[in-house]
Design a protein around this ligand. Structure first.
Ligand SMILES: *[C@@H]1O[C@H](CO)[C@@H](O)[C@H](O)[C@H]1NC(C)=O
Ligand SMILES: *[C@@H]1O[C@H](CO)[C@@H](O)[C@H](O)[C@H]1NC(C)=O
Ligand SMILES: *[C@@H]1O[C@H](CO)[C@@H](O)[C@H](O)[C@H]1NC(C)=O
Ligand SMILES: *[C@@H]1O[C@H](CO)[C@@H](O)[C@H](O)[C@H]1NC(C)=O
Length: 494
């Protein structure tokens, strides 16, 4: 069992060296505020810890997360409020006998007694909501359920904590009223205002990552809410990026299986009803006629086909290529219209590809003689999670000294060789595999390599050789005068 946790933590955290947990008396929390932004496939959680050092040279702050939550967490980052640089976080095992896990955050500088700091923990949970009811007719609304735990756990004493759960719509159908909280509040333990449900404030919460506290006070709370956007999952993404110096081009092709994870369609799909509803702008969110995606600027030869063939109903607005170093680059916008609206529970499999000028994503470092090319891990489909991704980067033939920097750890990666038409020795191929990617994972992989002068000529040489042999063959054929039919024909007559 522990190996699974280790694997998950390795995925979440850049460094996973076990560090001894700091004393529960080195800090106290002046306040903890957790904000949960309810979504469909993705739920964003931001927790701010206002911490105060109680010991001299306090440098390591421990955050406790329940294991149920860890299992659904695909992205995690801790920063000092207002700072850009994330802090180093390491997994330090679980508190004795509890079903939770400790993360140690290394502060940039040790705090003096009484010094304060605001730490912000940001996580993205995937697959954490489920449609309820599980089925809906074409014209019905979509509502989801989400479950979390009432208390933010901490090894330190907390003066006050609250959890705000925000929905995109004020139509929250129901929410749990917590029990056994009289020790922490004399007021209403939960309040709803507009689209926000607030649990707390709860005062004077003791060290809570102990099994005793969890057994006595911790409890699940559930929200049932209307959700007006599609709940999309990319079941499978296969991205191939092919770099060609010969054509100064990078071709990116995505093979995608998109899944509507909203309530399953109850009854039959009626195109007439769909058209009427779309006409009045009242299409249900679990009927997905179109997805809008942002592609790079300056792309060309964009193609989009599914199992039946070309899909021609989509609209693409290409933004011009940006000048080097320019900020706020506009992206091209594609309104991808599947052949049919994707209903709850349905899949749609398609291929989308484009060419882009290599210069937009490549740099040449004259000092090392290396090219550095950036390839985005994925293109975001708004609000969706990518369950399973494989990114292949195909380098030019003859590339050597291949190296890469991935923005976050992958499940696996490997370097192999890819041989295509007109290749002589094949091309280096780097493959990365990922699970549960979110909008926070749309970062580039950097690949660096050298192309020896000889390799630059290998392709033209291969082409020339093929042409030459065709030419020679034609000449030979002409001279020899293949007379099979001439001799065969008379034989037949006889
Ligand atoms: C991806 O998410 C699913 C569902 O939450 C989970 O079962 C699985 O363990 C996750 N995989 C990884 C590698 O995190
Ligand atoms: C993720 O969240 C869902 C919905 O709350 C829950 O059913 C599921 O068990 C969770 N997955 C894990 C691995 O905890
Ligand atoms: C699909 O469209 C592209 C460009 O519009 C065209 O070049 C290609 O031949 C078409 N393919 C099929 C199978 O129709
Ligand atoms: C969607 O695709 C997944 C994985 O390929 C498959 O397991 C599932 O049965 C498909 N669903 C439908 C409705 O075809």
């Amino acid at each position: 069992m522990l190996r699974l946790w280790d694997a998950i933590f390795c995925l979440l955290l850049a460094s996973a060296a076990p560090v001894l947990s700091a004393s529960t008396r080195s800090f106290e929390n002046s306040a903890i505020v957790r904000t949960i932004d309810l979504g469909g496939s993705l739920v964003h959680v931001t927790t701010t810890f206002a911490i105060k050092a109680l010991e001299k040279d306090a440098k390591e702050y421990t955050i406790t997360l329940p294991e149920d939550e860890i299992l659904n967490t695909s992205w995690l980052e801790v920063k000092v409020k207002g700072k850009q640089q994330p802090l180093t976080v390491s997994y330090s095992g679980s508190p004795a006998g509890s079903k939770s896990y400790n993360l140690d955050v290394i502060l940039e500088e040790p705090l003096d007694v009484g010094a304060t700091l605001n730490l912000v923990l940001e996580t993205v949970q995937t697959h954490a909501t489920r449609p309820w009811p599980e089925k809906a007719a074409q014209g019905e609304e979509q509502s989801l359920k989400y479950q979390t735990f009432l208390f933010v756990l901490s090894p330190y004493k907390t003066n006050v904590q609250r959890t705000k759960v925000k929905s995109s719509s004020p139509r929250i159908i129901s929410y749990t009223t917590p029990e056994r909280v009289e020790d922490f509040t004399l007021e209403n333990p939960v309040t709803k205002s507009g689209a926000t449900v607030t649990y707390g404030p709860y005062n004077n919460v003791p060290s809570s990552s102990t099994q005793a506290f969890v057994e006595k006070y911790q409890q699940p709370v559930e929200l049932h809410y209307n959700y007006d956007y599609p709940v999309l999952q990319v079941l499978k993404l296969r991205r191939a990026a092919e770099i060609s110096h010969w054509g100064a081009n990078i071709n990116i092709q995505d093979d995608i299986t998109l899944h509507n994870a909203g309530p399953e369609l109850n009854g039959h799909f009626s195109r007439l009803e769909h058209q009427t509803q779309s006409f009045y702008g009242r299409g249900a969110p679990h009927v997905v006629p179109m997805v809008t995606i942002h592609l790079p600027a300056g792309i060309r030869n964009t193609y989009y086909y599914d199992q039946i063939g070309n899909v021609s109903t989509s609209r693409l607005r290409v933004a011009p290529s940006a000048a080097r170093g320019q900020k706020n680059v506009q992206s091209s916008v594609l309104e991808l219209k599947p052949r049919y609206p994707i209903m709850g529970g349905w899949n749609y499999t398609y291929t989308l590809g484009w060419d882009a000028p290599l210069g937009d994503s490549a740099n040449y470092d004259a000092k090392t003689g290396k090219y550095i090319v950036s390839v985005p891990v994925m293109t975001e489909i708004p609000g969706s999670v990518v369950n399973d991704a494989e990114i292949s980067i195909i380098l030019p033939e003859g590339a050597i000294d291949v190296d890469y920097v991935a923005p976050f750890p992958s499940v696996s990666n490997e370097v192999s060789t890819h041989v295509t038409y007109l290749d002589t020795i094949g091309r280096p191929l780097i493959t990365f595999k990922y699970k549960n990617l979110t909008n926070r994972h749309t970062k580039p992989i950097y690949v660096s390599y050298r192309v020896p002068i000889s390799a630059h000529f290998r392709k033209p040489l291969a082409v020339a050789t093929v042409l030459l042999s065709l030419f020679t063959f034609a000449m030979v054929v002409r001279r020899v005068d293949l007379t099979i039919h001439k001799t065969a024909a008379p034989t037949k007559k006889m």
